[in-house]
Ligand binder design. Structure first.
Ligand SMILES: Nc1ncnc2c1ncn2[C@@H]1O[C@H](COP(=O)(O)OP(=O)(O)OP(=O)(O)O)[C@@H](O)[C@H]1O
Ligand SMILES: [Mg+2]
Length: 388
């Protein structure tokens, strides 16, 4: 789907670019950024929905992967822009899993948009992506269950008002989707707090002699990073409560370049400027990222992979930094000259000795391209000393 989509339904299309939320807020949630689209999609497809869902499964998938054509409902015509770049079938499977009230675990390399996909799913299904628990080594059972407001507890004793619900308990009460980020970073015994919630669909509060039942529609989307403590170490009981979906890096170079351009344009746009990095430079940037990620160039030449993750998210970060540099320091130097320095920063994140791998890539692949008649690759090759 590399074709450019025409913009229609101006209001919604403008929102889709993500820059139209509250100008003072850094990262408004998708239900806010895309409020107009969500509202439209709820009217567009009024077919049967799973209990508590704001959208039908079909409308939820359309929200995430975009519409091929202009959609019409009640006199409005709206083009839904693509947000997650990936297989439609993957998003469909995610939605079906959730409609069947089974947990969904998104696994994959860092920077493949697992968190973004989980937020988009929660926004589409429940209209709220904020019911989230961030998994860390310090996450405790309370984060999945409930805590207490101690001043109220001391003043009144155990009392429903003194109970502080976790985001998961709030989701159970509302019949909404709770998100658990980086679930494998939590200790196994803490992960197990979710097992009873997900199988019994209720939560016991012994202090109050109460049982909190989950309303229909309650569900959990978790994400796990393959570079962290492995999914294999996740408790077997918990694994059985989730359907696993692997989120892979973007397969198609053209779509990846388009996404990098779109996100960098948006980020630089927030600084009030157009993206001053031309298409050839963006293409070269994405090419280098993909070559190093895949261990093979587009031409089929072998490449030694650095241990750092050459993710799309990192490519977006480099493209935006180059764009911001061009905005704030215009005319200082050709923006393409910044590429090797930023690349080196990414490559050396995990292993400083990987500088050698980037140099080897420059001496083999970049050099061979420079020997052709590609001007940009010639210029990049001449910048080799920056990498030394
Ligand atoms: N397939 C994709 N579709 C859309 N955006 C993507 C895609 N892959 C990467 N991105 C970009 O990468 C950014 C980071 O994604 P996100 O934080 O959701 O990744 P993640 O997989 O959760 O990473 P981590 O494992 O580090 O938590 C997104 O905001 C988006 O700009
Ligand atoms: Mg994440």
């Amino acid at each position: 789907m590399s074709k450019k989509k025409p913009e229609a339904g101006a209001g919604a299309a403008r929102k889709s670019d993500g820059g139209d939320g509250d100008a003072g807020v850094q990262a408004p949630p998708p239900e806010q950024v895309y409020a107009a689209e969500l509202d439209f999609l709820a009217r567009w497809d009024d077919g049967p929905r799973p209990p508590s869902w704001k959208l039908t499964p079909r409308a939820a998938v359309t929200f995430i992967v975009g519409s091929e054509d202009v959609l019409r409902a009640g006199g409005t015509a709206v083009m839904i822009n693509e947000k997650f770049v990936g297989e439609r079938s993957l998003v469909e499977r995610c939605v079906v899993t959730l409609a069947g009230e089974r947990g969904l675990l998104l696994v994959g390399e860092p920077g493949t948009a697992k968190s973004m996909l989980s937020e988009l799913l929660a926004a589409a299904i429940s209209g709220d992506s904020s019911l989230a628990v961030q998994g860390t080594a310090g996450t405790s059972e309370e984060h999945f269950r409930y805590g207490w407001n101690y001043s109220l507890l001391i003043a009144k004793g155990p009392h429903p008002e003194a109970l502080v619900p976790s985001p998961v308990l709030t989701a159970m009460r509302r019949g909404a989707v709770a998100r658990v980020e980086e679930i494998t970073r939590c200790l196994p015994e803490v992960q197990d707090a979710l097992v009873s919630i997900m199988s019994d669909r209720r939560l016991a509060v012994p202090e109050l002699g109460a049982l909190e039942p989950a309303r229909r529609g309650f569900n959990v989307i978790a994400t796990a990073n393959l570079r962290d403590k492995g999914v294999s170490e996740m408790s077997a009981a918990l694994k059985r409560r989730f359907n696993f979906e692997t989120v892979a890096p973007i397969a198609d170079a053209v779509r990846e370049t388009e996404l990098v351009r779109r996100r960098a344009t948006q980020i630089v746009g927030e600084a009030g400027a157009p993206l001053a990095v031309d298409d050839a430079v963006l293409e070269a940037l994405v090419t280098v990222f993909r070559d190093l990620r895949l261990g093979r160039t587009v031409e089929g030449w072998p490449v030694e992979r650095p241990s750092s993750v050459m993710s799309t998210a990192e490519a977006v970060a480099v493209a935006s930094s180059m764009g911001l540099a061009a905005t704030y320091f215009p005319g200082d130097r050709d923006v393409a000259r910044l590429l090797p320095e930023y690349l080196l920063g990414v490559v050396m994140k995990d292993e400083p000795r990987d500088r050698g791998k980037l140099l080897a890539y420059w001496d083999a692949s970049v050099k061979r391209r420079a020997e052709g008649d590609a001007r940009l690759w010639k210029a990049l090759h001449e910048l080799r000393r920056v990498l030394e």
